[in-house]
Every structure is written in C-alpha cells, then in structure tokens.
Design a protein around this ligand. Structure first.
Ligand SMILES: CC(C)(COP(=O)(O)OP(=O)(O)OC[C@H]1O[C@@H](n2cnc3c(N)ncnc32)[C@H](O)[C@@H]1OP(=O)(O)O)[C@@H](O)C(=O)NCCC(=O)NCCS
Length: 177
C-alpha cells in the first residue's frame, strides 16, 4: 500500500471514511470553480471519483492521493497523478493536480503534498515527465507550479469546457529535489 509521509501530511490511498469529507470539499463552489466543468460535485459523483482514482492506482501504479493531516487525521483534500485525456497537447501524459478544502488553503499543504507527489512520480515511479494543466487566471495553482519548478509551456483550449488553460511541464532532467 503506497503511503508517503511529509513533515505535516500523510499521502495515502482512499478509504471508505474519506467519502464524507471529500464530498464536503466537492460541495464547495469556490473549490470546484477551477476543476472540470467548474461545478460542485455530488456525493454520488465523489464516490465515482474515488472509485476511478483507486482503479487508476491498481492499473497504473499511481493515482490521486488522499491527503491527511498528520496531527489531526483530517482529510485536507486530493493531490496526485492521473493520465490526462485533454487537452490534446497533453493527452496520454501523466498530470499532477490538486484540490484542498478551503480551510486548508494558505498553509503550504498543497505545495508540501505536490512536492512529495512529484518526487514519487519522477524518482519512485521512474516517470521521465510530468505535466500540469491549470486554468488561465488560477494564480494559486500558478504559485504552486512555480515552487515545483514546473514551467509554463503554452496555452490551449479545453475541448469540452471551452476555457483557456496553461500547460506546464517538467522533465526528469530538469528536476531538482
Ligand atoms: C490550488 C490550491 C491547492 C493551492 O493551495 P494553497 O494553500 O494556496 O497553496 P500552498 O500550499 O502553496 O500554500 C500557499 C501559501 O501558504 C502559506 N503558508 C503558510 N504556512 C506555510 C508553511 N508552513 N509552509 C509553506 N507555506 C505556508 C504561504 O504564504 C504560501 O504562499 P507563498 O507560496 O506565496 O509563500 C488551492 O487554492 C485549491 O485547492 N484550489 C481549488 C482547487 C483548484 O482550483 N485546483 C486546481 C485545479 S488543477
């Protein structure tokens, strides 16, 4: 069972008990405005997300981590890896993404989890490249990407949702712990 400990967090696979707290995070329109179609996700959709992430773990050996606070055991959100299906510029490549409950913003948790995830991807899993796709104007994600050393490589249009995105990437050769 893959589990990563950072100074303040545990990154782990999903448990049944995560459904309620993740559903609460997914019910927040402010959290969800930069994800997918920009709308909150129901508990049923959240259960499908967790199932899909677990399937990806089983099939690919990587996936979205449940991010738990080491001190309190609270679920802060989801950070991890998935094979991107859109936009075409990154389809089939491994993408890193993040979403934390609003109560957990502004404390460095997203960056702490993302650093550990990038190290897991490039050093543990042996991937030679990781990409990220953020909405133009998502300055919080731009800040995280900057701290990860993931440079902007261009813009694209999301084929389903229509908005403009910025594509970021990092190759193993550029990666510095
Ligand atoms: C994107 C998102 C995960 C970023 O979270 P975040 O909390 O802003 O990101 P960080 O973990 O980098 O923390 C930011 C700030 O915490 C502060 N901070 C407080 N304590 C800290 C600590 N101990 N260590 C580091 N930073 C700390 C810092 O000021 C830091 O800002 P800085 O980089 O300018 O110094 C969050 O805004 C989110 O979930 N958004 C909604 C979902 C979303 O849109 N996801 C993107 C779609 S892919």
């Amino acid at each position: 069972m893959t589990e990563i400990r950072t100074p303040r967090l545990v990154l782990r696979r999903w448990l049944d008990d995560d459904l309620v707290p993740l559903s609460e995070i997914h019910a927040d329109p402010v959290v969800m405005q930069g994800i997918g179609d920009g709308r909150p996700r129901s508990p049923e959709q959240t259960a499908e997300d967790i199932e899909a992430w677990e399937e990806e773990w089983d099939e690919e050996g990587f996936g979205m981590f449940a991010v738990e606070l080491l001190g309190s055991g609270e679920l802060a959100g989801a950070v991890g890896l998935s094979v991107a299906d859109a936009p075409a510029e990154v389809a089939g490549q491994v993408a890193i993404s993040w979403r934390l409950g609003r109560a957990f913003w502004g404390q460095g948790y997203a960056s702490e989890a993302a650093h550990a995830t990038l190290e897991f991807a490039l050093q543990d899993r042996g991937l030679d490249r990781v990409v990220a796709v953020r909405r133009t104007g998502d300055s919080a994600s731009a800040n995280v990407l900057d701290k990860l050393g993931m440079q902007a490589e261009g813009t694209a249009q999301h084929p389903v949702h229509g908005y403009e995105v910025v594509v970021h990437g990092i190759d193993l050769t550029q990666y510095q712990e």
